[in-house]
Design a protein. Structure first.
Ligand code: SAH
Length: 371
């Protein structure tokens, strides 16, 4: 796949209006989204979509006459949603974390649980939804039976009010809750933890929903153990998370740029760099879209994602390989770490004409050199 193909927006006519999709966004046919879109009754008034993804649920609320605010924090989804909003009146897209939604401002809140991002993320989503609802407002909650829907519905009831499950299809569930109690403002604190990497004791910060939020991922550790000295080099960190790879490199003297599509992760990285007094450019970016043309690097490092919205999808990892190749100077080196079952070396060899396995075990560390 070429990078242009990854970045392309595709327009899809739906009975509710045109919807734009792109790679890297949760599938439109995700059962939780489709069931919620088919069930939700929004009606006129202000509605909030707190996990819009492809935007299917936002469109359903729009079609029912609501004016919709879609709060999304992932860049890939934002790019598609912004295109959708240009062609559907009444849809307002915000690049924002759920807990930044205004209080008591919405008659309807729609939420597809992001269970794949962990309990802290779900709790933050639910607290944000509860506070954003006006008294008497309705919360429409969707999730998967196997992804803990019942337990999360219990949490939601305590925060919002009485609930009724109104739709089931396969493992997907939708419940409606009516807000009958005051909400306590969400208290969102980053989790802080320390790790020793490349001979330094480092402190990291991770907001809810961020990858590997309580310890540095063992795969990322392995990449750092198999990496040359980067002092004085320009390093690009693709899918940087809270900066597990790039903070130690910045402190050893590399000049680092972080690309990260999750706002929660990008803000976490910013906190870690600021607390360490380290210089680093953190860009909220879908793969390399936020990087100015003509910026080139000596080294690219990555521990790429292989899920999108809980489904195994390799589009983003494939785009990372293409972006690494296009952003390296001749002679530049791309270090990637992955699970052995993922055959990234095929793409790396195709792109770079070479690939070496620097380490194999529970994970593999691969290196390609740009001609
Ligand atoms: N480098 C970090 C995080 C690795 S996990 C570490 O080693 O801990 C992969 C990261 O890629 C996640 O933070 C995820 O949010 C990010 N990501 C997923 N899709 C992306 C995309 N389209 N563009 C940029 N980053 C993306």
């Amino acid at each position: 796949m070429e990078l242009a193909e990854y970045h392309a927006l595709k327009k899809l006519p739906t009975p509710q209006g045109p919807l734009y999709l792109k790679r890297g966004v949760v599938r439109m046919d995700d059962p939780n989204y489709s069931l919620l879109a088919g069930t939700i009754e929004a009606g006129p008034g202000a509605a909030l979509d707190l996990n819009p993804g492809s935007g299917l649920v936002s469109l359903a609320m729009l079609a029912a006459g609501a004016s919709v605010s879609a709060y999304e924090e992932r860049r890939a989804a934002l790019r598609a949603l912004e295109a959708t909003a240009r062609e559907n009146q009444g849809l307002q897209v915000e690049a924002a974390l759920p807990w930044r939604a205004p209080r008591s401002a919405f008659k309807t809140v729609a939420l597809v649980l992001g269970a794949e991002r962990g309990n802290d993320w779900v709790r933050a989503q639910l607290e944000a939804a509860a506070c954003a609802l006006e008294p008497g407002g309705s919360m429409w909650l969707a999730g998967g039976k196997k992804q803990g829907f019942e337990r999360y519905l219990n949490w939601a009831q305590k925060l919002v009010g009485p609930a009724e499950v109104v739709a089931r299809a396969g493992g997907a569930r939708v419940a409606v809750l009516e807000k009958d109690r005051p909400c306590a403002a969400p208290k969102i604190e980053p989790q802080a933890f320390s790790a020793r990497l490349r001979g330094r004791e480092l402190r990291f910060y991770a907001l809810p929903g961020v990858f590997s939020a309580d310890e540095v991922d063992p795969a990322s550790r392995l990449l750092l153990e198999n990496l040359e000295s980067t002092s004085g080099l320009r390093v690009l960190d693709l899918g940087a998370g809270y900066g597990a790879l790039s903070l130690p490199l910045a402190l050893e003297g590399a000049s680092v740029t972080l690309l990260e599509q999750s706002l929660a992760a990008a803000e976490s990285a910013r906190m870690g760099f600021d607390a360490a007094g380290a210089a680093g450019e953190v860009l909220h970016s879908d793969v390399d879209e936020a990087l100015p043309e003509g910026s080139f690097f000596d080294i690219v490092v990555s521990n790429p994602p292989f899920h999108v919205g809980g489904h195994v999808v390799l589009d983003v990892a494939e785009a990372f390989v293409a972006a690494a190749h296009s952003r390296l100077r001749p002679g530049g080196r791309f270090y990637l770490v992955a699970n052995p079952f993922l055959k990234y070396e095929v793409w790396m060899r195709e792109r770079f004409g070479n690939v070496r396995e620097l380490y194999t075990g529970q994970y593999k560390v691969l290196l390609s050199v740009k001609a």
